[in-house]
Design a protein around this ligand. Structure first.
Ligand code: FAD
Length: 317
Protein backbone atom coordinates (compact mmCIF):
# COMPACT_ATOMS: atom_id res chain seq x y z
CA UNK A 1 0.00 0.00 0.00
CA UNK A 2 1.02 3.61 -0.40
CA UNK A 3 1.40 5.76 2.72
CA UNK A 4 -1.67 7.69 1.54
CA UNK A 5 -3.68 4.43 1.55
CA UNK A 6 -2.38 3.55 5.03
CA UNK A 7 -3.45 6.99 6.23
CA UNK A 8 -6.93 6.68 4.71
CA UNK A 9 -7.38 3.25 6.28
CA UNK A 10 -6.22 3.90 9.87
CA UNK A 11 -9.12 2.98 12.06
CA UNK A 12 -7.26 2.96 15.37
CA UNK A 13 -5.04 5.58 17.03
CA UNK A 14 -1.61 5.52 15.44
CA UNK A 15 1.27 7.86 14.79
CA UNK A 16 4.06 8.87 12.47
CA UNK A 17 7.17 10.86 13.21
CA UNK A 18 9.73 13.03 11.51
CA UNK A 19 13.51 12.62 11.59
CA UNK A 20 16.29 14.87 10.36
CA UNK A 21 19.27 13.47 8.45
CA UNK A 22 22.38 13.70 10.68
CA UNK A 23 24.55 16.79 10.42
CA UNK A 24 27.18 16.27 7.73
CA UNK A 25 29.93 13.94 8.90
CA UNK A 26 27.93 12.36 11.73
CA UNK A 27 26.93 8.73 11.93
CA UNK A 28 23.41 7.54 11.11
CA UNK A 29 23.34 5.68 14.43
CA UNK A 30 21.46 8.50 16.16
CA UNK A 31 18.65 8.12 13.61
CA UNK A 32 18.53 4.38 14.27
CA UNK A 33 18.54 4.95 18.05
CA UNK A 34 15.42 7.12 17.75
CA UNK A 35 13.66 4.48 15.65
CA UNK A 36 14.75 1.70 18.03
CA UNK A 37 13.12 3.64 20.84
CA UNK A 38 9.85 4.36 19.02
CA UNK A 39 9.31 1.26 16.89
CA UNK A 40 7.49 -0.68 19.64
CA UNK A 41 4.51 1.64 19.07
CA UNK A 42 4.32 0.59 15.40
CA UNK A 43 4.69 3.92 13.61
CA UNK A 44 2.65 3.97 10.42
CA UNK A 45 5.49 5.65 8.51
CA UNK A 46 8.57 7.81 9.12
CA UNK A 47 9.27 11.17 7.46
CA UNK A 48 12.79 12.29 6.65
CA UNK A 49 13.33 16.01 6.20
CA UNK A 50 15.25 17.67 3.38
CA UNK A 51 17.51 20.69 3.82
CA UNK A 52 18.51 23.56 1.60
CA UNK A 53 22.06 24.84 1.59
CA UNK A 54 23.17 27.51 4.01
CA UNK A 55 25.71 30.29 3.73
CA UNK A 56 28.89 29.91 5.74
CA UNK A 57 31.40 32.78 5.78
CA UNK A 58 35.02 31.63 5.32
CA UNK A 59 38.32 33.43 4.94
CA UNK A 60 40.07 32.85 1.64
CA UNK A 61 43.89 32.66 1.18
CA UNK A 62 44.06 36.48 1.01
CA UNK A 63 42.30 36.76 4.36
CA UNK A 64 39.11 38.10 2.80
CA UNK A 65 35.86 36.72 4.21
CA UNK A 66 33.72 35.20 1.48
CA UNK A 67 30.33 33.54 1.57
CA UNK A 68 30.31 29.87 0.71
CA UNK A 69 27.29 27.67 0.31
CA UNK A 70 27.06 24.31 2.04
CA UNK A 71 24.34 21.82 2.73
CA UNK A 72 24.64 20.93 6.42
CA UNK A 73 22.29 17.97 6.34
CA UNK A 74 22.62 16.14 3.04
CA UNK A 75 21.49 12.56 2.64
CA UNK A 76 17.67 12.55 2.76
CA UNK A 77 17.34 9.86 0.07
CA UNK A 78 20.01 7.62 1.55
CA UNK A 79 18.67 7.95 5.10
CA UNK A 80 15.18 7.04 3.84
CA UNK A 81 16.55 4.02 1.97
CA UNK A 82 18.57 2.78 4.92
CA UNK A 83 15.57 3.06 7.28
CA UNK A 84 13.36 1.16 4.84
CA UNK A 85 16.02 -1.52 4.39
CA UNK A 86 16.69 -1.96 8.11
CA UNK A 87 13.20 -1.63 9.61
CA UNK A 88 10.72 -2.30 6.78
CA UNK A 89 8.73 0.69 7.97
CA UNK A 90 7.33 2.87 5.15
CA UNK A 91 9.42 6.01 4.66
CA UNK A 92 8.42 9.42 3.35
CA UNK A 93 11.42 11.49 2.24
CA UNK A 94 10.70 15.20 1.88
CA UNK A 95 11.50 16.99 -1.36
CA UNK A 96 11.88 20.76 -1.39
CA UNK A 97 12.23 23.48 -4.02
CA UNK A 98 14.74 25.68 -2.17
CA UNK A 99 18.35 24.92 -2.89
CA UNK A 100 17.60 22.37 -5.62
CA UNK A 101 17.38 22.76 -9.37
CA UNK A 102 14.68 20.83 -11.22
CA UNK A 103 17.39 18.55 -12.66
CA UNK A 104 18.72 17.71 -9.21
CA UNK A 105 15.17 16.94 -8.14
CA UNK A 106 14.70 14.70 -11.18
CA UNK A 107 17.88 12.77 -10.35
CA UNK A 108 16.68 12.31 -6.76
CA UNK A 109 13.32 11.05 -8.02
CA UNK A 110 15.05 8.57 -10.33
CA UNK A 111 17.14 7.33 -7.38
CA UNK A 112 14.02 6.98 -5.23
CA UNK A 113 12.27 4.98 -7.96
CA UNK A 114 15.24 2.59 -8.16
CA UNK A 115 15.19 2.27 -4.38
CA UNK A 116 11.50 1.37 -4.35
CA UNK A 117 10.52 4.51 -2.43
CA UNK A 118 7.39 6.09 -3.88
CA UNK A 119 5.94 8.10 -0.99
CA UNK A 120 6.94 11.75 -0.73
CA UNK A 121 6.12 14.95 1.09
CA UNK A 122 6.40 17.85 -1.38
CA UNK A 123 7.31 21.27 -0.02
CA UNK A 124 8.69 24.59 -1.03
CA UNK A 125 11.29 24.86 1.72
CA UNK A 126 12.22 28.02 3.53
CA UNK A 127 13.91 31.13 2.26
CA UNK A 128 17.68 30.78 1.95
CA UNK A 129 19.69 32.97 4.30
CA UNK A 130 21.24 34.44 1.15
CA UNK A 131 17.95 36.25 0.47
CA UNK A 132 15.47 38.33 2.39
CA UNK A 133 12.48 36.82 0.59
CA UNK A 134 12.04 33.40 -0.92
CA UNK A 135 13.73 33.16 -4.29
CA UNK A 136 13.74 29.93 -6.25
CA UNK A 137 17.03 28.43 -7.31
CA UNK A 138 18.07 29.27 -10.87
CA UNK A 139 16.33 26.45 -12.76
CA UNK A 140 14.48 25.41 -9.61
CA UNK A 141 10.82 25.17 -8.63
CA UNK A 142 9.22 28.22 -7.04
CA UNK A 143 6.28 26.75 -5.13
CA UNK A 144 5.35 23.34 -3.79
CA UNK A 145 2.78 23.11 -6.59
CA UNK A 146 5.55 23.40 -9.21
CA UNK A 147 7.27 20.46 -7.57
CA UNK A 148 3.94 18.60 -7.68
CA UNK A 149 3.73 19.25 -11.43
CA UNK A 150 7.28 17.97 -11.90
CA UNK A 151 6.44 14.76 -10.02
CA UNK A 152 3.15 14.37 -11.94
CA UNK A 153 5.04 14.73 -15.24
CA UNK A 154 7.56 12.12 -14.20
CA UNK A 155 4.72 9.82 -13.15
CA UNK A 156 3.54 10.10 -16.75
CA UNK A 157 7.04 9.26 -18.00
CA UNK A 158 7.92 12.83 -19.08
CA UNK A 159 11.46 13.86 -18.22
CA UNK A 160 12.76 17.44 -18.16
CA UNK A 161 14.80 17.07 -21.34
CA UNK A 162 11.75 15.96 -23.28
CA UNK A 163 12.53 12.24 -23.08
CA UNK A 164 9.32 10.26 -23.03
CA UNK A 165 9.37 6.87 -21.33
CA UNK A 166 6.84 4.35 -20.13
CA UNK A 167 5.30 5.66 -16.89
CA UNK A 168 6.98 4.31 -13.74
CA UNK A 169 5.47 1.00 -12.69
CA UNK A 170 4.68 2.48 -9.26
CA UNK A 171 3.87 6.17 -9.48
CA UNK A 172 4.96 8.57 -6.76
CA UNK A 173 2.24 9.36 -4.25
CA UNK A 174 2.56 12.40 -2.05
CA UNK A 175 1.29 14.68 0.68
CA UNK A 176 1.84 18.39 1.33
CA UNK A 177 2.13 20.82 4.26
CA UNK A 178 -0.69 22.86 5.82
CA UNK A 179 -0.65 25.65 8.41
CA UNK A 180 -3.43 25.88 11.03
CA UNK A 181 -2.06 29.32 12.00
CA UNK A 182 -1.38 30.20 8.31
CA UNK A 183 1.94 30.25 6.51
CA UNK A 184 4.05 33.23 7.51
CA UNK A 185 3.98 34.75 4.01
CA UNK A 186 0.26 34.27 3.35
CA UNK A 187 -1.76 37.49 3.62
CA UNK A 188 -4.49 35.60 5.50
CA UNK A 189 -5.65 32.07 6.29
CA UNK A 190 -8.26 31.97 3.49
CA UNK A 191 -5.63 32.79 0.88
CA UNK A 192 -3.33 30.13 2.29
CA UNK A 193 -6.16 27.56 2.16
CA UNK A 194 -6.91 28.60 -1.43
CA UNK A 195 -3.35 27.63 -2.42
CA UNK A 196 -3.54 24.50 -0.28
CA UNK A 197 -6.61 23.44 -2.27
CA UNK A 198 -4.65 23.93 -5.51
CA UNK A 199 -2.04 21.48 -4.19
CA UNK A 200 -4.73 18.94 -3.29
CA UNK A 201 -6.50 19.36 -6.64
CA UNK A 202 -3.14 18.79 -8.36
CA UNK A 203 -2.73 15.42 -6.63
CA UNK A 204 -1.72 15.72 -2.96
CA UNK A 205 -3.42 12.88 -1.10
CA UNK A 206 -3.01 14.14 2.46
CA UNK A 207 -1.90 17.16 4.47
CA UNK A 208 0.47 17.18 7.43
CA UNK A 209 0.25 20.32 9.51
CA UNK A 210 2.82 22.60 10.99
CA UNK A 211 3.15 22.15 14.76
CA UNK A 212 0.51 23.84 16.88
CA UNK A 213 -0.18 23.95 20.62
CA UNK A 214 -3.83 24.96 20.61
CA UNK A 215 -6.17 22.24 19.34
CA UNK A 216 -9.00 24.73 18.77
CA UNK A 217 -6.90 26.39 16.06
CA UNK A 218 -6.37 23.04 14.35
CA UNK A 219 -10.06 22.09 14.51
CA UNK A 220 -11.03 25.49 13.09
CA UNK A 221 -8.48 25.05 10.29
CA UNK A 222 -9.85 21.61 9.41
CA UNK A 223 -13.38 23.10 9.32
CA UNK A 224 -12.25 25.85 6.95
CA UNK A 225 -10.45 23.33 4.73
CA UNK A 226 -13.57 21.15 4.52
CA UNK A 227 -15.69 24.22 3.67
CA UNK A 228 -13.24 24.98 0.86
CA UNK A 229 -13.72 21.52 -0.58
CA UNK A 230 -10.47 19.97 0.70
CA UNK A 231 -11.46 16.40 1.48
CA UNK A 232 -8.14 14.60 1.99
CA UNK A 233 -6.95 13.52 5.48
CA UNK A 234 -5.39 16.33 7.55
CA UNK A 235 -2.83 15.00 10.02
CA UNK A 236 -2.10 17.12 13.08
CA UNK A 237 1.58 17.83 13.78
CA UNK A 238 2.62 17.86 17.44
CA UNK A 239 5.90 18.88 19.05
CA UNK A 240 6.66 18.37 22.75
CA UNK A 241 8.49 21.42 24.09
CA UNK A 242 11.63 20.28 25.88
CA UNK A 243 13.70 23.40 26.44
CA UNK A 244 12.84 26.82 27.77
CA UNK A 245 14.26 28.74 24.83
CA UNK A 246 11.68 27.03 22.57
CA UNK A 247 9.18 29.44 24.15
CA UNK A 248 10.62 32.13 21.91
CA UNK A 249 12.35 30.05 19.21
CA UNK A 250 9.29 28.06 18.07
CA UNK A 251 7.07 31.13 17.52
CA UNK A 252 9.92 32.82 15.63
CA UNK A 253 10.79 29.89 13.37
CA UNK A 254 7.46 28.12 12.97
CA UNK A 255 5.05 31.05 13.43
CA UNK A 256 2.92 29.25 15.96
CA UNK A 257 1.44 30.66 19.16
CA UNK A 258 2.17 29.10 22.52
CA UNK A 259 -0.96 29.37 24.70
CA UNK A 260 -0.40 31.40 27.87
CA UNK A 261 -1.45 28.45 30.08
CA UNK A 262 1.47 26.44 28.67
CA UNK A 263 3.90 29.38 28.60
CA UNK A 264 3.13 30.11 32.26
CA UNK A 265 3.87 26.54 33.35
CA UNK A 266 7.11 26.52 31.33
CA UNK A 267 8.30 29.78 32.83
CA UNK A 268 7.95 28.29 36.31
CA UNK A 269 10.28 25.36 35.48
CA UNK A 270 13.74 25.43 36.95
CA UNK A 271 15.31 22.36 35.35
CA UNK A 272 15.35 20.84 31.88
CA UNK A 273 13.57 17.78 33.30
CA UNK A 274 10.72 19.95 34.55
CA UNK A 275 10.43 21.63 31.14
CA UNK A 276 10.28 18.23 29.38
CA UNK A 277 7.64 17.04 31.84
CA UNK A 278 5.42 20.09 31.24
CA UNK A 279 5.96 19.91 27.46
CA UNK A 280 5.20 16.20 27.38
CA UNK A 281 2.07 16.52 29.51
CA UNK A 282 0.79 19.26 27.22
CA UNK A 283 1.35 17.09 24.13
CA UNK A 284 -0.39 14.14 25.83
CA UNK A 285 -3.35 16.38 26.60
CA UNK A 286 -3.42 17.56 22.96
CA UNK A 287 -3.02 14.01 21.63
CA UNK A 288 -5.83 12.54 23.74
CA UNK A 289 -8.15 15.40 22.87
CA UNK A 290 -7.43 15.01 19.14
CA UNK A 291 -7.95 11.25 19.25
CA UNK A 292 -11.25 11.79 21.10
CA UNK A 293 -12.27 14.15 18.28
CA UNK A 294 -11.62 11.43 15.68
CA UNK A 295 -8.10 12.37 14.57
CA UNK A 296 -6.68 8.88 14.84
CA UNK A 297 -3.34 9.60 13.26
CA UNK A 298 -0.94 12.06 14.89
CA UNK A 299 2.40 13.22 13.50
CA UNK A 300 5.26 13.99 15.90
CA UNK A 301 8.20 16.30 15.38
CA UNK A 302 10.93 14.43 17.25
CA UNK A 303 13.64 17.15 16.88
CA UNK A 304 15.84 16.37 19.84
CA UNK A 305 12.80 15.24 21.82
CA UNK A 306 12.58 11.52 21.05
CA UNK A 307 12.40 10.63 24.76
CA UNK A 308 9.39 12.94 25.14
CA UNK A 309 7.74 11.38 22.07
CA UNK A 310 8.40 7.95 23.63
CA UNK A 311 6.69 9.05 26.86
CA UNK A 312 3.73 10.44 24.92
CA UNK A 313 3.37 7.31 22.79
CA UNK A 314 3.55 5.13 25.93
CA UNK A 315 0.67 7.05 27.43
CA UNK A 316 -1.47 7.42 24.30
CA UNK A 317 -0.93 4.08 22.46
P1 FAD B 1 3.87 26.46 -0.68
O1 FAD B 1 2.69 25.58 -0.68
O2 FAD B 1 4.61 26.66 -1.95
O3 FAD B 1 3.38 27.89 -0.13
C1 FAD B 1 4.30 28.94 0.16
C2 FAD B 1 3.57 30.26 0.31
O4 FAD B 1 3.09 30.72 -0.95
C3 FAD B 1 2.30 30.21 1.18
O5 FAD B 1 2.20 31.45 1.82
C4 FAD B 1 1.17 30.00 0.20
O6 FAD B 1 -0.03 30.56 0.67
C5 FAD B 1 1.67 30.71 -1.05
N1 FAD B 1 1.43 30.02 -2.32
C6 FAD B 1 1.39 28.69 -2.56
N2 FAD B 1 1.25 28.44 -3.87
C7 FAD B 1 1.24 29.63 -4.49
C8 FAD B 1 1.14 30.04 -5.85
N3 FAD B 1 1.05 29.12 -6.83
N4 FAD B 1 1.17 31.35 -6.14
C9 FAD B 1 1.26 32.29 -5.15
N5 FAD B 1 1.35 31.96 -3.82
C10 FAD B 1 1.34 30.66 -3.51
N6 FAD B 1 11.11 22.79 5.07
C11 FAD B 1 12.29 22.26 4.64
O7 FAD B 1 13.15 23.01 4.19
N7 FAD B 1 12.52 20.90 4.67
C12 FAD B 1 11.60 20.03 5.15
O8 FAD B 1 11.85 18.82 5.16
C13 FAD B 1 10.36 20.54 5.63
N8 FAD B 1 9.39 19.71 6.10
C14 FAD B 1 8.20 20.23 6.49
C15 FAD B 1 7.18 19.37 6.92
C16 FAD B 1 5.93 19.86 7.32
C17 FAD B 1 4.86 18.90 7.76
C18 FAD B 1 5.70 21.26 7.31
C19 FAD B 1 4.38 21.82 7.78
C20 FAD B 1 6.70 22.14 6.88
C21 FAD B 1 7.94 21.64 6.46
N9 FAD B 1 8.96 22.48 5.99
C22 FAD B 1 10.15 21.95 5.56
C23 FAD B 1 8.77 23.94 5.98
C24 FAD B 1 8.22 24.48 4.64
O9 FAD B 1 9.08 24.16 3.60
C25 FAD B 1 8.05 25.98 4.77
O10 FAD B 1 7.03 26.28 5.68
C26 FAD B 1 7.90 26.76 3.48
O11 FAD B 1 8.08 28.15 3.77
C27 FAD B 1 6.55 26.60 2.80
O12 FAD B 1 6.42 25.37 2.22
P2 FAD B 1 5.04 24.90 1.53
O13 FAD B 1 5.31 23.63 0.86
O14 FAD B 1 3.93 24.99 2.48
O15 FAD B 1 4.93 26.08 0.41
Amino acid sequence: STVAELIRNTDKPSFSFELLPPLKGNSIQKVFNTIDKLKEFNPLYINITSHRDEVVYKQNAQGITEPQVFRKRPGTVAVAASIQHRYHIPVVPHMICSGFTRSETEYALIDLNFLGIHDLLLLRGDCSDRHQFFKPEEGGNAYAIDLIHQVNNLNKGQFLDGTLMEPFETPFSYGVAGYPEKHEEAPNLDSDIYWLKQKVDAGAEYIITQMFFDNDKFVEFVGKCRQSGINVPIIPGLKPINSKNQLTVLPKIFHTDIPEALAKELRKCETKEQVSKVGTEWSIMQAKDLVSKGFNLLHFYTMMASQCVYNIAKDVY
